[in-house]
Design a protein around this ligand. Structure first.
Ligand SMILES: Cc1ncc(COP(=O)(O)O)c(C=O)c1O
Length: 383
């Protein structure tokens, strides 16, 4: 029995939660990617202590913050990073958008995997650059960015001047954790086509089972020189509303380009982002491991239940809490609406350009997840 109580149901209605205050209380909202668990006690205490001080002036990072991040990255991902390669950012999303504009020339193309967390696609689409989508390949129930999808994205569209690849590992939606040989193929492709990589690794802290998160930049000198890695503890320790992340980029020129607007158009993080991240790095590990156990238990329930519902298919979840469910075999046009009608709000597949899929957030107390899955079963039986 864990000393942390992830079973506790905390009422999030009327807290201005994007996820909970969008629907009425008859709907279980399992869409936006935050968790229904309290942040670790160390984070809560650090935040409370900071509030008690009572003055919230302009604030810089805590002493040796970049060194703590470098130590964290070495400990968790076996990656030796110089603190000077690190740039602190207020959110991963804002960096995704600014990198599209700052690191790719206006005449070049950007490649984004498909399906992908919508902000990676929108960052490319709204950069003013052209972009091609590289279709993920499904191999053994895992969706991965493979040479097939990458080559098609470059060759089929006659876009030889691609300059930047957006990459996501662990992947959202679904939670694929890339293996070393899969990462090597992506890097080989980028070397051959001279592409920079912007690698969103925000879900790295929630890798399940024996999977291992390998930052793509860590696999070779060439990879390090062409990659900007984006990381954050927002997701893992559940304080995305307090927001803070970091970029890691070894290549000095690329880092200068990527951090161009930080501190000006993109603000530095606010006080609580620093406080929460610092506390999570120093004292959050025991809670993180307990969280992984809980997510593993919820994933087991999800797999069992989805396998019993005809017409639904779940891709393997190797990390995080965002299950990707194929509804291709359901005889309905809008599966998202079907489930809402039965009281469960999932993330609609059209946000990932795939409207015959839905994404489920399982980072909620077990009893609530069970109730939601029962409702989904009823919804499908009603067809
Ligand atoms: C892959 C991915 N990147 C970025 C974000 C959001 O990052 P941030 O809150 O730091 O802007 C999310 C949130 O769901 C995500 O899944």
């Amino acid at each position: 029995m864990s000393k942390y109580n992830f079973d506790k149901i905390i009422n999030r209605f009327k807290t201005d939660s994007i996820r909970w205050d969008h629907y009425d209380s008859s709907v279980i909202p399992l869409w936006v990617a935050d968790m229904d668990f309290e942040s670790p006690p160390c984070v809560l205490k650090a935040m409370k202590d900071r509030v008690d001080h009572g003055i919230f002036g302009y604030t810089h990072a805590p002493k040796d913050f970049k060194k703590s991040i470098a130590d964290y990255v070495r400990k968790h991902y076996d990656w030796e990073v110089d603190p000077d390669w690190i740039v602190i950012i207020p959110s991963v999303v804002s960096a995704l958008y600014s990198i599209g504009i700052s690191c790719a020339k206006s005449t070049s193309h950007i490649i984004t995997p498909q399906p992908i967390y919508h902000h990676l696609r929108l960052a490319a689409a709204e950069s003013g650059r052209n972009f091609n989508e590289a279709q993920l390949e499904t191999i053994n129930n895992r969706q991965i960015l493979s040479p097939k999808g990458l080559n098609e994205a470059v060759n089929n569209y006659y876009h030889q001047n691609s300059e930047l690849l957006y990459f996501c590992n662990p992947h959202n939606p679904g939670g694929t954790v890339y293996k070393i040989n899969e990462l090597t193929k992506v890097v080989d492709f980028c070397n051959k086509n001279d592409l920079f990589i912007c690698s969103d690794e925000i879900h790295a802290g929630m890798v399940l089972d024996d999977h291992k998160h390998i930052p793509i930049a860590s696999i070779s000198e060439e990879a390090a020189n062409r990659t900007i890695t984006l990381m954050s503890l927002n997701k893992t320790f559940n304080f995305p509303g307090a927001g803070l992340g970091w970029m890691i980029c070894k290549n000095n020129n690329l880092r200068q380009l990527a951090s161009h607007k930080i501190g000006t158009l993109i603000p530095y993080p606010e006080i609580f982002g620093y406080v929460a991240t610092d506390a999570a790095i120093k004292d959050g590990e025991e809670w993180r491991l307990a969280l992984l156990d809980y997510l593993t238990q919820n994933r087991k329930l999800l797999i069992e239940k989805i396998n019993q519902i005809p017409g639904l298919r779940l891709y393997d979840i190797e990390a995080s809490y965002l299950g990707w469910i194929s509804c291709e075999n359901l005889p309905v046009k809008n599966p998202h609406q079907l489930f809402i009608d039965y009281g469960v709000a999932l993330q609609p597949g059209y946000m990932f350009n795939q409207s015959d899929h839905v994404r489920i957030n399982i980072a909620t107390p077990y009893s609530l997840l069970k109730e939601a899955l029962d409702r989904m079963e009823k919804a499908v039986k009603s067809i």
